[in-house]
Design a protein around this ligand. Sequence first.
Ligand code: ADP
Ligand code: MG
Length: 548
Amino acid sequence: MEKELYFKDLGLSESILTAIGKKGYEKPSPIQALCIPRLLEGTKDVIGQAQTGTGKTAAFSLPIIDKIECSKNVQAIVLAPTRELVIQVAEEINSLKGKKKLRILPIYGGSNIVHQMKKLKEGIDIVVGTPGRVIDLLNRKNLVLSDIQYFILDEADEMLNMGFVEDIENILQHTPSEKKMLFFSATMPKEILVIAKRYMRDYEVLAVKNKELTTSLTEQIYFEVTRENKFEALCRVIDIEKDFYGIIFCQTKNDVNDIALKLAERGYDADCIHGDVTQSQREKVLKKFKNQTINILIATDVAARGIDVNNLTHVINYSLPQEAESYVHRIGRTGRAGKEGTAITFVTPREYRKLLHIQKVANTEIVKKKLPKVKEILKNKESNFIETIDSSLEMKNYETYNKLAKKLIEKNENIEELLAAVLKVALGDELESDTYQEIEETSFRSDSRGEMSDRGRRSRKEMHDPTLDGLTRLFIAKGNKDGMNVGQLVGLICAKAKIKRNLIKNAQVFEKFSFVSVPFNEAEMVIKAFQQEKVNQGKQSLVEKAKK
Ligand code: ADP
Ligand code: MG
């Protein structure tokens, strides 16, 4: 059992400890506990890896703040991929420096370069910047990095993804050979090590495994839904919560836009960010989300990467990410800083195998739950409403309406009717069940998980098979000309695959071939049952999954 560590055990100075205390950090996160002593004492360069939201910024900032002194030239430079991250890192450093006299400057494109040049001239100790603007200021000879002691790449994986390698190499040309290099990253693609080998001196990798991070404070659940029902399911999931505050992740910009629009139409306080949203618009949206003017943010992975918002109650995977790692990143945004969060994933039949894969790679358990029922949601909303009224009565914050109330009571004898009418005007259809659409129950997993995992291993290609409403469409290479009709077709499949008749939907018989739709699992059974049956001189299977 490892000894529990506190900030005071890590070798930081008193003044820094005071600043940390002021900031409200109680205990170092695992990556901080791992990195801070090594950065204070060690001589090696460091690659630090830990999941998003685990405090990597403070892990490299605290020792640097402690080690450097205010001086004529820039002492440390932190490179980060986006403007938001630059601002965030600069703010974090600033808030951790406490009483120490250090001057920190964020520099990024789109902001006033003259102002940045002026600040640099006055003297700066730590520069945090995007590569483009850093190069710009280096070329203007305004930024001088010849005396730096620290060179830090934050979100190193993302920097490489975004094609900043050449820029980084260019910036490195302006730095002295004697310096400490630190790379911090959520993931560890090979390219990072390639760069490290080329530019770092003797280095060590300090990594915190994802496992303990993903599951610890995040409840992970999934709902089985068809594509058609996803949006309706989303509304229910949001509505069942009293204070929903979350990010909804989608795969594509189009989905992001689409959902943002639909949610807004239904009266939710939602907005979105993705790659095509302009910087200034993104900043506006993020600000609104951070100060909770809006409580729903819809985003793509890239747009949301590294953005630091605390206290999320929910992360919703509207669709599953391609990589297990992205799943881990996404859900890492809930349950931050000791708070519990919930990660909800919508899984369509097509995505089911992907879910199993992610579960396995991320070494985590995602529990299946049933979508909230409309009745439950309305009951919740009603009791929340009653609570709100109670507290309003307690606070007596309605006095401006006393006169109007009196007037209404004088005019209407039946108080119950009157109140109901007032409620209708105030609440609209908020507590009415027909604001919700029916969602048919779908279940496309009836067998044990072990068996499904086995299938999951078969082929990734199968994930993209055409399915319809939670059903899989099957192609049968026989039709009217072979004497087939709908009754015979259904009978044949039931008998051979031993599945229930009512599971076979949408049987269609054409001249030379036929189609049926069956649930995901049954489709596997049918294909297996007919495996030996071939047509076309044995070249083609009688039953196959239908092509698009
Ligand atoms: P990362 O860079 O790993 O994604 P950040 O450095 O952005 O994570 O930190 C995520 C959030 O956690 C920030 O809001 C930060 O202020 C907070 N944080 C960092 N360290 C601690 C700590 N030891 N205790 C509590 N909160 C912390
Ligand atoms: Mg970070």
